[in-house]
Design a protein around this ligand. Structure first.
Ligand SMILES: NC(=O)c1ccc[n+]([C@@H]2O[C@H](COP(=O)([O-])OP(=O)(O)OC[C@H]3O[C@@H](n4cnc5c(N)ncnc54)[C@H](OP(=O)(O)O)[C@@H]3O)[C@@H](O)[C@H]2O)c1
Length: 364
């Protein structure tokens, strides 16, 4: 039986992970849980699972994430914390030699090189939970050489066809009305700006060791095909299924094996209907373009991108800025950012703090 720690157990990915673990109790044992602020839900989870360790970050402090991430009984750490706050636990778990099932994409965005170094140093293993990257991993497992290009799909979010003037004043309710996925609020807004897809491009660059030119994005409103992989001979494999995070979570726990599971809606190509693909409207979804450029610039630029985005999305969700300001704040912060080498957690933290300060100034 493999021990599993779930960080961010009170969120969307966290609760989906517990659903998966409930179906596979003969394979996995839950050993640690952490929540952020939702004391009531964490208490219910602790009562159900009786883990060896549990912690609520808002009262116990961020150290509880590190304790759960390095728990001696945990073989796999599911990092389902949202935002920069998830990074130290990713690094600690990898240094402790754990498998990290990574939903917290921000870890790779802000400190991709450090995360990979931590895995090398500690013998840890990084397995993506994001459905697109899980799709890539499922396509390339057993055929790791000769990968020429990845094409990640994006649903396009709720504003896929909106004119730019209408998009600028979109409401919180409209932004949270995602057409195909039910997720936490921050990633749902990131999906509406397409900042999320820029993060996924950066994530793919680090996970699969490909140049930015080899990672493309296409809009696919039905969210049935999660990614395509093109090989050196021109052959293309894709992975598909009805949208559900439980399959990528299960695969991150069992990779490279597949285990029988009754939790997925059986695939039905007729019910899936016509599958369509469109180019990303880069001139409209400016946060996507800014994020990919930050990834290309490297160093601390992606950390600045992420920090500006976190601050702007927080302000949007609090009703303090209109939707259109999110991408403007990101662009303003990146324009003023002098990228430095991201060679330590301290350097990344400093870049994150400075970019947050700048973003707050632009919001004032
Ligand atoms: N949801 C999806 O379908 C999906 C798909 C792919 C990738 N992801 C990625 O997975 C991560 C989680 O997404 P989500 O949708 O599950 O978000 P979510 O529903 O907002 O859940 C976030 C979790 O993190 C906890 N948390 C928040 N701030 C924290 C802090 N400072 N310290 C410790 N814990 C903190 C929350 O605790 P409380 O709720 O108790 O405050 C909650 O348990 C994100 O990085 C997202 O991009 C999500």
């Amino acid at each position: 039986m493999r021990g599993v720690a779930v960080l961010g157990s009170t969120g969307s990915i966290g609760t989906s992970t517990l659903n998966v673990l409930r179906r596979h109790s003969e394979r996995f044992r839950l050993v640690a849980l952490t929540g952020g602020t939702n004391e009531g839900l964490l208490a219910e989870q602790v009562a159900e699972w009786r883990p060896a360790f549990s912690g609520l970050a808002s009262t116990a402090g961020p150290a509880c994430l590190l304790e759960a991430a390095t728990h001696p009984d945990a073989d796999v750490v599911v990092n389902a914390v949202v935002g920069f706050a998830g990074l130290p636990a990713t690094l600690a778990a990898l240094r402790a030699g754990k498998r990290v099932a990574l939903a917290n994409k921000e870890s790779l965005v802000v400190a991709g090189d450090l995360v990979r170094a931590a895995a090398r140093e500690g013998g840890g293993e990084l397995i993506p939970v994001d459905s697109e990257h899980s799709a890539v991993l499922q396509c390339i497992t057993g055929r790791e050489s000769g990968i020429r290009r990845l094409i990640l799909t994006a649903s396009g979010g709720p504003f896929r066809c909106w004119p730019v003037e209408r998009l600028a004043v979109a409401t919180v309710e409209e932004a949270l009305n995602h057409p195909t996925w039910r997720m936490g609020n921050k990633i749902t807004v990131d999906s509406a700006t397409l900042a999320n897809k820029a993060m996924e491009v950066i994530e793919a660059h680090h996970l699969f060791g490909l140049s930015y030119d080899a990672v493309e994005v296409v809009v696919h409103p039905q969210s049935i095909v999660h990614a395509f992989v093109e090989f050196a001979d021109g052959s293309v494999l894709g992975q598909m299924g009805f949208p559900s995070m439980e399959l990528p979570i299960l695969y991150a726990l069992t990779h490279p094996d597949r285990v029988p599971d009754q939790g997925q809606r059986p695939f039905d190509p007729v019910a899936a209907g016509a599958l369509t693909f469109e180019a990303v409207r880069r001139d409209v979804f400016r946060a996507f373009h800014a994020g990919v450029e930050a990834g290309r610039a490297g160093g601390t630029a992606p950390a600045a991108f992420n920090a500006a985005n976190e601050v702007a999305v927080g302000a949007f969700l609090a009703g303090r800025i209109p939707f259109g300001r999110i991408s403007e704040v990101i662009e303003q912060v990146l324009a003023g950012h002098s990228a430095a080498a991201a060679t330590s957690l301290e350097a990344v933290r400093a870049a994150d703090a400075l970019a947050r300060e700048h973003a707050l100034r632009f919001l004032a």
